[in-house]
Design a protein around this ligand. Structure first.
Ligand code: ADP
Ligand code: AMP
Length: 216
């Protein structure tokens, strides 16, 4: 399966990508996680990305496109793009990349949620910086506050999940990323899911609408 998860920050893309990765073995490619890993390792890419990420802006297209080109060959068997593409220029470059490798996209899943819900979810999000797994202090708390159920290590609140940065990121989504809805609708590959439903119901809707299944 080759899927793109499209939707605003906080809609649950990462949560669902991790569930489907576990269930079907389809690799989650989160551009946000890759960038954060580069920042924590202090690479040139991480240093370039940092100021954009902290302010809630998008990292420049050319930086992201180069990064995805380097990743894609590792996942010829299938992927879920989580957080990419985020601009029309990125989508066009991605189409060209897939075409040059003779790869088809199976579907684009649009996560629909209202802004007040997104704001509440993001400001209550707790993240495991080692694995990218997220919790929510309101809807999905860990067994012990601040501690990951799985690896027992500390959870953190992302710097860009502060209220003022969250508002900026939601604005950036509406201005720069939402135009991709029409872009992908025109390909006939867009399916919409209700991201306000409980986590397991969202998973089932994605599976039903994309025909997601384990790689054969
Ligand atoms: P995204 O990757 O789209 O930015 P996340 O998957 O990180 O979003 O989810 C944002 C927050 O909302 C997290 O704290 C997560 O636990 C919570 N969350 C995700 N899906 C749901 C859902 N269906 N219902 C309630 N809370 C959810
Ligand atoms: P995310 O983890 O998806 O919420 O992304 C966190 C931040 O990383 C974003 O606010 C951007 O600064 C940056 N980022 C992630 N993916 C992209 C992308 N495809 N294009 C540009 N910036 C990105």
């Amino acid at each position: 399966m080759r899927l793109i998860f499209l939707g605003p920050p906080g809609a649950g893309k990462g949560t669902q990508a991790q569930i489907l990765q576990e269930r079907f073995g389809t690799k989650q490619i989160s551009t946000g996680d890759i960038l954060r890993e580069n920042r924590s390792k202090g690479t040139e890419l991480g240093k370039t990305a940092e100021k954009f990420m902290l302010s809630g802006a998008l990292v420049p297209d050319e930086v992201i496109i180069k990064m995805i080109e380097a990743e894609l060959d590792k996942f010829r068997g299938g992927f879920i793009m989580d957080g990419f593409p985020r601009t029309v220029a990125q989508a066009e470059a991605f189409d060209a990349m897939l075409q040059s490798k003779n790869l088809n996209l199976d579907g684009v899943v649009l996560f629909e949620a209202d802004r007040p819900t997104l704001f509440t979810r993001l400001t209550a999000r707790w993240t495991n910086p080692r694995t990218g797994k997220t919790y929510n202090s309101i809807t999905n708390p860990p067994r012990v506050a601040g501690i990951d159920d799985e690896d027992g290590g500390a959870l953190v609140q992302r710097e860009d999940d502060k209220p003022e940065t969250v508002n900026k990121r939601l604005d950036v989504y509406e201005r720069q990323t939402a135009p991709l809805i029409d872009y992908y609708r025109a390909t006939g590959k867009l399916v919409e899911v209700n991201a306000l439903a409980p986590v397991s119901a969202v998973t089932e809707e994605i599976v039903a609408k994309t025909g997601a299944k384990a790689a054969s």
